[in-house]
Design a protein around this ligand. Structure first.
Ligand code: SIN
Length: 463
């Protein structure tokens, strides 16, 4: 039987070995999900809302336990894991409220004997594929609107971090959300992904992960014309305008860049600084980065945990080496703590200067604690550099000049923009990307729409 060994990336300790579901088991889970959907779609919205609120409450009661699971399987510092549980809960709270606000409408008809009524219905069974970097929040960001809308839900968590998802789903069952309405499947991505895309029962796939995998899911979903939400890669620019408050901008850059050791889709990946303030900004950023501590996320006062695996680590090192070979200056970092035997890979937070657009670090997502600084002369040039990749997820800029701010807002091709804000994500806001960063939005009032079908009824022959 195929198994997954769940490993603590800080220590190499095997936390648990779990069985992968077989093809037959997965097919049965999907059949159950279809039965679950038929029942759940008929549960009234107030009851769905109540059950979601109970789930949120239960998660909060188990916050310490869940945070520890996240830190052990993902590596992020415990304080960040606690923050993630709160963030994950906020999606359930938000969509518990939205469940009772799924409104239809009436349309004035062109004849006195007709009425037209528009109603919203749950789309069907939803399959989610979630990443290892936010094992709790990326699951609830999908499950909560699906369940609120009346859909059943099955999730394949990342092979590295299934334990958080499994525990969250157990808690959902404990509060009374039926076992066939929310389920998980463990297995290898390509195998489970294909069973999901081939399934006649699944009406929607929602995925957070890399752009290449998203493209495969999109292609494979074409056969059964599934609805899709794709939260794909990012390569966020962070622009420091000449007039920016540099101390404040540095503090927000630290939040954006180094959360989860830089392993987020929205983290600042390319730091663009006006040439007139680049020296001052680089100095201040380097001083702040030098205060960050690296280590096991379970230890107190650790800011930067391990990189999830060797593949991720090798990509980071290759980008830094490429940049240095092409003339980048290392202001701090470029230091590693590696124990290959126990598979633990730590990268010290690194600041690089003298970056240019020919370097791989300016073209590809990094997913690590590396801050490359590139200079610009004009706002137009900053926008051109920022928009010059296929990605369009998040962008940040720092200025107190409202005209420059609005110019940047209008010209940056990104779905999420932080203006003097390094942490724009929130359950009540529509998270999602443009270009090859994805399709659709999660969070906010937009986030429930992809789980609903629109149906209209035209009644004739009235008196
Ligand atoms: C992500 O990196 O995929 C999500 C980050 C967030 O929700 O802020």
């Amino acid at each position: 039987m195929e198994t997954l060994k769940i490993m603590n990336p800080a220590t190499g300790e095997i936390l648990k070995e779990i069985s992968c579901h077989t093809e037959q088991e997965i097919k049965l889970i999907l059949e159950n999900g279809q039965t679950g959907f038929k029942k759940w779609a008929k549960v009234n919205a107030h009851e769905r809302s109540r059950l979601l609120k109970d789930w949120a409450r239960k998660i909060q009661e188990h916050k310490a336990e869940l945070a520890e699971i996240i830190t052990k399987e993902n590596g992020k510092p415990l304080s960040e894991a606690v923050g993630e549980i709160n963030y994950a809960t906020s999606y359930i709270d938000w969509y518990a409220e939205e469940a009772v606000r799924i409104y239809g409408r009436t349309i004035p008809a062109s004849s006195e004997t007709k009425r037209i009524v528009v109603s919203r219905q749950p789309i069907g069974m939803v399959a989610a594929i979630t990443p290892w970097n936010f094992p709790a929040a990326m699951m609830t960001r999908k499950a909560a609107p699906a369940l609120a809308a009346g859909c059943s839900f099955v999730v394949k968590p990342a092979e590295e971090t299934p334990l958080t998802t499994m525990r969250l789903i157990e808690l959902a069952h404990e509060v009374g959300i039926p076992t066939d309405v929310i389920q998980y499947v463990n297995g290898q991505g390509p195998v489970v992904g294909k069973l999901f895309t081939d399934s006649e029962f699944i009406r929607k796939i929602t995925f957070t992960g890399s752009t290449p995998v998203g493209k495969v899911l999109m292609k494979n979903s074409a056969e059964t014309v599934k609805h899709l939400t794709m939260e794909l890669g990012g390569h966020a620019p962070l622009i420091i305008v000449e007039d920016a408050d540099l101390d404040y901008a540095v503090s927000q850059t630290i939040i954006s860049k180094f959360r989860n050791a830089g392993q987020t889709c929205v983290c600042a990946n390319r730091i663009l600084v006006d040439e007139n303030v680049i020296e001052a900004f680089s100095e201040k950023l380097t001083a702040a980065v030098n205060k960050l501590t690296v280590g096991n996320g379970m230890d107190t006062n650790v800011d930067i945990g391990p990189i999830i695996n060797e593949k991720g680590f090798n990509k980071i090192v290759a980008q830094v080496e490429d940049a240095v070979a092409k003339g980048a200056e290392v202001l701090t970092g470029n230091k590693y703590d590696v124990n290959k035997e126990q598979s633990s890979f730590f990268v010290y937070p690194t600041v690089l200067k003298n970056i240019d657009v020919s370097m791989a670090i300016m073209q590809e997502e990094t997913f690590g604690p590396i801050a490359p600084i590139i200079s610009f002369k004009t706002i137009e040039e900053a926008v051109e550099i920022a928009n010059s990749t296929p990605y369009g997820l998040a962008a940040y800029f720092f200025t107190n000049d409202y005209r420059v701010g609005m110019y940047l807002h209008d010209h940056l091709d990104f779905g999420i923009i932080g203006w003097n804000d390094g942490a724009p994500s929130a359950a009540h806001s529509p998270f999602g990307g443009m270009k090859e960063s994805g399709l659709g939005r999660e969070g906010g009032i937009e986030g429930i729409e992809p789980y609903l079908e629109t149906k209209y009824l035209s009644i004739g022959n009235l008196v």
